[in-house]
Structure formats: C-alpha cells, structure tokens
Design a protein around this ligand. Structure first.
Ligand SMILES: NC(=O)c1ccc[n+]([C@@H]2O[C@H](COP(=O)([O-])OP(=O)(O)OC[C@H]3O[C@@H](n4cnc5c(N)ncnc54)[C@H](O)[C@@H]3O)[C@@H](O)[C@H]2O)c1
Ligand SMILES: C[N+](C)(C)CC=O
Length: 492
C-alpha cells in the first residue's frame, strides 16, 4: 500500500484500499501509484484538523515562530529544488526548466509569508478618546480546505498553504488527482520541520468523491479553491449552507491588447508567450489577442509563422519549447473547442491538431491561431485552457477597451504601446485583477492576485492573501468604567 495520505500526523493508505496510477502526460509512462481517498478518509482528515485547531497547538505558537517554519521550508525547497521540480514535471509533463522556475517562485512565496507573519501585529485603533484602548487583532479562521488544480500544482498549493500556516490555521489540502507528488513531498517536509500533528493534512483523490466533504462539512470554516468555473460555482453553493468563508480563483479569458505604436517585436514575442507557455494551460493565458487594425495583418502573419515553429516535447527534452496537455481527455476537450470555433466561422491559421510521430504517445496539441472570430462565438467567450489564441481587431482606444472588457471573466490582461499615458489609461479602464503594461505573465508574492467577475473573488498573495486566512477581532477596552445611567436604577 502506498501510504500517501497524511492524516493526523501519520502517513496512511485509503480506508477502502483505493489507489490511482499516475502517468506522465508527455509519453504515458507510469510514474507511481498513490492512494485514492474516499469521503471516509476526508472525514478523518477534517476531524484531525478540527481537533488540532481547537487544541490551539498551532494558533498559540507566536506568529514569528510560525513564520520561521515557512522560512525553513523555503530553504529546504531551494536545496531540494531539482527533486521537487522533477516530481512536478513527471506529473504534469511541464518542461523541467519551467518546474525549476516554479520552485523558485514557491520558495519566494514561503519566504514572503514567513516574514509577513512575523510582522503581523494587528492594529491600534484611534477611538477618539483617551478613556478607551481599541485594537484589531488577527486570529486564524479555523480549519481550511485547500483545493488546487493540476496546471501549477505546488505553486497554487503554496499560495494557500503558506498564508494558512502563517495565520495559525489547520488545513486539509486536496491537490488535483492527476498531480499529487509535490504535495506529498511538501507534507513530508512540513512534518520534518515540526508542524504539529493534525495541523496539516493531505487527501488525494477525485474532486467529486474525495473532495466532496470539503465544501459541505460543518467542521470546515473556510474553503480556498483554485480551479474551474463550474467547480467553483458548485463549491460556492455548497459552502453557502453553513456560511463558510470561500475564496475562488477561477479561470480567465485574458485579453492581450496590442496598439500599433507598441514595440512590434517585443509585443509579438510576448503574444507567443502569453498564449503558448505551458501549452496555454495557464489561468492568465493571453488567449484573446486584440490587435490594432493597421498592424493586424503583419502581426498575425508573423505570429502564425512563429507559432508553427514552436517545438513540442517532454519535460527532459532540451529542444522542447513547450509540453503536452495534462490528459487525453483534456486534449480532446481543447480540440472539440477549436472545432466548434471553426464551425462557428473562425478561420484556422495554424495548429488545430494533435502532435504526431514522436509526439503520438503524449497528449500534445499544436499551437493554434484562429482569426476572423466574432464576439459571441464560444472560442472568444470560453476558456480553452490549451494552446489556442483568437485574434480580434480594433481601431480606437475605446473600441480596444470595450472588446477587452467584453468577457464574463476578469482575471488578467495586458496592453502594449509606447505611449505611457495611453497604457495607464487603458490599464485603469480594464476590468481584470492584474494588468500588465508591455509585459505578460509576471506575478509577485508581494502583489495581490485574483479575479474580477466570474474569475472569482478573494485575493491570494500580498497582505490581502494573508488576511484571507484571518479573522479581524476588535478588542475595545474602557479604561474608565463608570455607571452610564442609560437605564435608571428604579430599585433605589
Ligand atoms: N485564478 C487562478 O489563479 C487559477 C490558477 C490556476 C488554475 N486556474 C483554473 O483552474 C482550471 C483548471 O484546473 P482543473 O481542471 O484542475 O479545475 P477543476 O475545477 O476541475 O479542479 C480543481 C480542483 O478541484 C477539485 N474538485 C473538483 N470537483 C470538486 C468537488 N465537487 N469538491 C471538491 N473538490 C473538487 C479537483 O479534484 C481539483 O483538485 C482552469 O479553469 C484554470 O483557469 C485558476
Ligand atoms: C497563477 N498562475 C499564473 C501562476 C498560474 C495560473 O494558472
């Protein structure tokens, strides 16, 4: 039995003996077998977290010591970076070098929250009188369910684990069922670093089964979810019954607006990155290229030419520039989405098919450009979560803004121009949680990340990313208690 569930400080197998085989999406090769939890295992994990939280074993530890544990985790991760990156690449098919970059970002995230925890002293409130001492103290929320996707498995988990630990919560982590290995390594390290039993628990398995109790159980105080819109809606409905706090980091349909006065080569190069890094399996992928009419023909011709040259390959192929999709099912979904777009009138400029030859054993999909699209088409509205970019054109600033905001999502977007006034103005008018000016994709641990509209609510990273895992308690102390006389004493 694999013993890959971590519950109440012990490595255990699933109660019903369930297991799952993990395969590398790059070539279908077997990676390892892990436990497949059922709701019975999740129940045990939730109960363990509840007991640990209620005992105060972690929340009573000074915030600076909780922060120290995060700093130590960051140091271990830097030492063992390649081991973690290899595990991530085997599960996801992501290029090893990209997984290494992710591990650096994750270590920085742990460092950030480690330091923030140590400096989180609450706030003295000016009550407007010398006779009152008033302050805000930050307390943990309680037991947090942390539910994460497969595209950036440890990064998305780190954005939740680090602030949850910093704030003194207990948690149950459920990574995506296809990508469990860096979560297992992480829990091993947290155990070695002395996180008390029950404070951190790990459940592996399918969302609808192992994950189901996490949004309904009365012992869960908060659900922090990163994943798809449909799942997010379900979890929000479930959480409403017991008024759990819920944070949702959902998908995006992110505009990349290129004005004619942009640095053409930089904008072109970044339009490729925006759409095709990690084969488009990025929540903030620049999947909607919105380019000024006067340069559109040349820009799109060059984009197609470059997209056709992108080399696909497995995580350890030094020539590969991007990798496979996560599964055959996901690749088929992306292909169906492209076919629907073509049926609706989009023109296929390149891609639109599976990888062949050496790539046939993996779940590859060729970088795909669709132009002649119209708003309202599913390829323009819905998230593909694959290597697919649509092209729209505009003639005025107002039109560019209107097109870029015409989406039910609101996660991220970019604007390209050498006119600083114009880029600032457009950045202000775009209704998305992150706006890049003359760049695409960077994020910082010290800057909030999250969505407008149906990209979700709540924020990860930055000071707000810690506050998500805290209650703010107001302590009001009357320094000169006295009779108020509001209700006269009629007994006298
Ligand atoms: N906003 C962000 O920062 C961000 C970051 C990464 C990914 N995403 C989004 O994630 C999506 C892709 O991820 P995915 O396919 O893994 O999403 P998904 O919604 O299918 O699954 C996400 C997680 O939820 C779990 N889950 C599914 N049903 C559940 C249920 N009923 N109860 C509890 N857990 C359940 C899954 O097992 C997985 O762990 C894309 O839409 C992408 O844009 C968003
Ligand atoms: C949040 N990010 C950009 C790291 C990954 C989104 O899928």
């Amino acid at each position: 039995m694999p013993n890959t569930l971590f519950i109440d400080g012990k490595w255990v197998s699933a109660v019903n003996g369930g297991t799952r085989k993990i395969h590398n999406p790059a070539d279908g090769s077997f990676v390892a077998e892990v436990d497949e939890a059922s709701p019975a295992d999740t129940e045990l994990a939730i109960k363990a977290a509840r007991r640990a939280f209620d005992s105060g074993v972690w929340s009573s530890v000074p915030a600076s010591e909780r922060g120290d544990l995060l700093l130590k985790f960051a140091a271990v991760l830097r030492e063992r970076k390649d081991e973690f990156a290899k595990a991530e690449s085997l599960d996801t098919g992501k290029r090893f070098v990209e997984s290494q970059i992710d591990m650096d970002d994750i270590a920085n995230c742990f460092d950030y929250f480690g330091k923030l925890a140590a400096n989180d002293a609450g706030r003295v409130v000016d009550a407007g009188t010398d006779t009152v001492a008033s302050k805000i103290v930050h307390e943990p929320i309680g037991v947090c369910a942390l539910i994460t996707p497969w595209n950036y498995p440890l990064l998305q988990a780190a954005w939740k684990i680090a602030p949850a630990i910093a704030a003194g919560n207990a948690f149950v982590l459920k990574p995506a069922e296809l990508t469990p290995h860096t979560a297992i390594l992480t829990m091993q390290v947290l155990e070695e670093l002395g996180l008390p039993a029950g404070v951190g628990n790990l459940i592996l398995g399918a969302g609808a089964d192992a994950g189901a109790p996490l949004s309904t159980h009365e012992d869960i105080d908060m659900v922090s979810f990163t994943g798809g819109l449909v799942t997010g809606r379900l979890l929000a409905r479930n959480a409403a019954d017991s008024i759990k706090k819920i944070a949702l980091e959902l998908g995006g349909k992110n505009p990349n607006v290129v004005f004619a006065d942009a640095d053409f080569e930089a904008a072109l190069d970044n339009a490729l990155n925006a759409a095709f890094v990690h084969s488009g399996q990025v929540c903030s992928a620049g999947a909607r290229l919105i380019v000024e009419e006067s340069i559109a023909e040349e820009f799109v011709n060059r984009l197609v030419e470059r997209a056709e040259q992108i080399r696909l390959g497995g995580p350890f192929d030094d020539n590969a520039e991007t990798g496979p999709l996560i599964s055959a099912a996901h690749r088929d979904k992306v292909h169906a989405y492209v076919e629907k777009g073509i049926a609706e009138g989009a023109r296929l400029r390149c891609g639109g098919k599976f990888g062949e030859g050496d790539l046939a054993d993996g779940f590859y999909y060729l970088p795909t450009v669709l132009d002649q699209v119209k708003r309202g088409m599913s390829v323009v509205s819905d998230e593909a979560f694959g290597p697919v970019v649509t092209v729209e054109t505009f003639s005025t600033v107002d039109e560019a803004v209107e097109i870029a905001n015409d989406t039910y999502y609101g996660l991220a977007g970019a604007v390209w121009s050498q006119d600083a006034g114009k880029t600032q103005l457009v950045a202000q008018r775009l209704r998305h949680g992150t706006i890049w000016i003359n760049d695409f994709h960077p994020y910082l641990p010290q800057a909030e990340w999250g969505g407008y509209k149906q990209s979700g609510f709540g924020r990860e990273l930055g000071p707000t990313g810690l506050a998500e895992y805290q209650e703010a308690k107001h302590i009001y102390q009357n320094l000169e208690p006295a009779v108020t006389g509001w209700f006269p004493d009629h007994t006298k």
